[in-house]
Design a protein. Sequence first.
Length: 310
Amino acid sequence: MSRGSRITGYGTALPERVITNHDLAETLDTSDTWITERTGIKERRIGGSTRSLAIDAGQRALQMSGLPAESLDAIILATTTPDRVIPATASSVQTSLGARCGAFDLNAACSGFVYGLNVAHGLILAGAENVLLIGSETLSRFVDWEDRATAVLFGDGAGAVVISATPAEDNALLSWALDCNGELEKSLYCDFGRFIYMEGREVFRQAVRIMVATCERALASAGLGTTDVNLVVPHQANARIIQSACERLGISEDQTVQVLSWTGNTSSASIPLGLADAAAGGRLRAGDIVLLVGFGAGMTAASALMRWEL
C-alpha cells in the first residue's frame, strides 16, 4: 500500500536562564548594537542538558499528537552536542519517555533536523507508523565565552515533531534535497575537549550559496517556484545570511520565520523552534506550503518542502 507522512504534533523546550547582549558586553569587547547589527541576535537561552531539553520537547510533541510514547516506532535525535560519547543520548530520551522502540542520534550539524525529517519519512515508507524527531542542543558547553566571534552566537534549546503515517494522497513531504561539501569542514568545527572554531566570513559566504542551491533543488524536484511557497523556516544562524539568501531566491522577508533574536543559534533545534513558533503564532494554515532549509558545519545543507496539515 502506498504511504506518506505528515506532522501530527510539535513541542519545544528552552532553558530558563537568559543571557542578553548587554550581559555579554560586561565581559567582552562588544555591545548590544554591535551584536544586533551583525547577527540579529538580542539574547540566548543557556542551560539544561541535551537529554533533558529533548525529553521536554518530545513530551510536548507527543501530547499534541495525542499519541502515547508506546506507539512510537523510532526516536531520532538530531544533535551535535550529545551528553556523552557513548551511548547515544537518544537512548536516554527513549527510556525517560517510556518508549520501547529504536532510538539513535543523528549529527548533520545545523542541517540535522531536515536530515532527520527525511530519515523519518523513509522509515514510514518502510512500514513505521509513528516517529519522534527531536533537535536538541546545548552548544553553550562548547563555546569559549571569552571569544567574541562565537560567544555572541550560540544558545541552547530543543524542538520536536511527531511524524505519522498517512495515505499517499495525503503525504505532506513534497520534496527534499540533501548536500554536503566536506572540503569546507575546517571553516567551522569543534574537536574533542575544545571550543567551537569558526571562520565567520567564509561561513557567511558559503552558507548563502549553499542555502540558495539546496532550496532551488527542492523546489525544482517538486515542480514549484518561490511564488508557491507560503512560509520559509530557515536555520537561525544569522539574520544577514537569511536576508541575503532570501533576496537571491526572490523571497520577501515577511515570508520568513526568524526566532534567533531571542534564541540565538541553536543548531539542529533552530528549525523546529521556528516551525513551532510560526504554527503557534497563527502564521501557518492547513494547506500552506512550507520550505525548511538548514545549513551548517560539514558543510552540510538540507531543504524540504512540506504541505502543512496540522
